[in-house]
Design a protein. Structure first.
Length: 149
């Protein structure tokens, strides 16, 4: 497995993976409007804007294929972490997190992080050391769980 910074040529594949996994694991709990908003705010164009705004993305590849990706905003907020279903529970998320966390700290972050976890992802974030900071919330029709490390 290789974890590396995202490249322009990765954006379409990252967006497609995000869309597929969000439909499977996240937006089914949202209102129809919330699901549409989330998917629109996380398409390839949006990811390009996030990168241009300074969000730091890394991709994980196994045998050249995209297995997952991670993004950190402002060296303190874990914004995206998605691992393709066949690769889940194999340590890829943990390894991506280690790389992204180190990059954020190396860039001046203080080591404190937040995440807004989907209900599906709460156990994964607990395993990484995150803890809930508030009950489940819903914004723009999408439920999430505020967590911090």
């Amino acid at each position: 497995m290789q974890i590396r910074p995202i490249e322009a040529g990765d954006v379409a594949a990252v967006a497609a993976l995000l869309q597929a996994l969000a439909r499977r694991f996240i937006v089914h709990e949202a209102t129809p409007e919330g699901a549409a908003t989330f998917l629109r705010e996380n398409d390839a164009a949006a990811i390009g804007r996030y990168i241009a705004a300074g969000m730091v993305y890394h991709v994980a590849q196994v045998d050249g294929a995209l297995a997952g990706f991670i993004a950190v905003r402002e060296r303190s907020h874990l914004y995206h972490m998605f691992v393709d279903a066949p690769w889940q529970r194999r340590g890829i998320g943990r390894q991506m997190w280690a790389v992204a966390r180190q990059a954020a700290c190396d860039a001046g972050g203080d080591g404190r992080f937040t995440v807004n976890a989907s209900n599906y992802a709460v156990p994964a974030y607990h395993a990484l050391g995150f803890a809930r900071t508030a009950p489940m919330q819903t914004v723009k029709g999408l439920p999430f769980n505020p967590m911090a490390l």
